[in-house]
Design a protein around this ligand. Sequence first.
Ligand code: IPM
Ligand code: MG
Length: 353
Amino acid sequence: MKIAVLPGDGIGPEIVAQAVNVLTGLNLNLEMTEAPIGGAGYEAAGDPLPDATLKLAKEADAVLLGAVGDWKYDKLERHLRPERGLLRIRKELNLFANLRPALLYPELASASTLKPEVVSGLDIMIVRELTGDIYFGQPRGISTLENGEREGINTMRYSESEIKRIGRVAFEIAMKRNKKVCSVDKANVLETTELWRQVMIELSKEYPEVELSHMYVDNAAMQLIRAPKQFDVMVTGNIFGDILSDEASMLTGSIGMLPSASLDANNKGMYEPSHGSAPDIAGKNIANPLATILSAAMMLRYTFNDEANATRIESAVKKALADGYRTADIYTEGTKKVTCSEMGEAVLSALKS
Ligand code: IPM
Ligand code: MG
């Protein structure tokens, strides 16, 4: 099983190192090869997605990614910026289905900024479309109008087939869970999402057991804070999913807890924490590696069909939390504050115990 390991920027290398240690600790037959992406790709080859990195990722069965981005690249031309590397690899590998599970570990109920009774037992799967929408729609750009004023343009667009294939992913996942799908749109204002809603309704006829509901994105943002446990599977477009998944992560105590899987039609996938590169804490060994470690578990589950080892990693994370280990972002009084590498070691020793 070939894994392309792309640590990226900021805290990326530290957190990926811990996930690699955990994967190695499973003693599976994994061939892991590292390559640069994002700012690291720009430094190495003048391109946030170097050709060699893309080739490695295409040939691999799965990709493990840290994070990309650093303020020091903000002045580069847009196509050279770290984020372009991430968006391009998603597009090049056709990773249209982004799964972001927001799961509250009971030990972290008090780490959330919300009341424990609001979040305890929380288990939401956010299914975010990842290769369409305003992220990729043409026309786009900044141009100068006749009167000399500048204008910025982005285009929100979705074709029927794009909506259908992500809808199908959401319905299939719901069938294995509580059989509820909430489709999030802004159909009262945006035609793109009016079509989104129509297609979801049509598709739902193929899944009579699944209860489909619809919610406007502004209401969904509010409901996630008010009563998050009403949700099972949420399905939405690229931009709304980007925003709602960050919001949902805070229900779980910290954005440092939220893993993700980005899958193509054949379950080849790229696995990365939902959080960013956090350049402000990079190199200090204080980042939370759990989202990346849990992403590695998702890799075993979705790409390698190895439910047993996926569960082993998840149980080891639970054990490390139950034993009181906390990185700074999830620390509460009475628990043990540890570094990024110490947290990785705690998971690894739980794995082996
Ligand atoms: C995410 C990130 C990315 C996105 C950025 C880094 C381009 O926020 O994975 O959610 O907007 O998709
Ligand atoms: Mg985001």
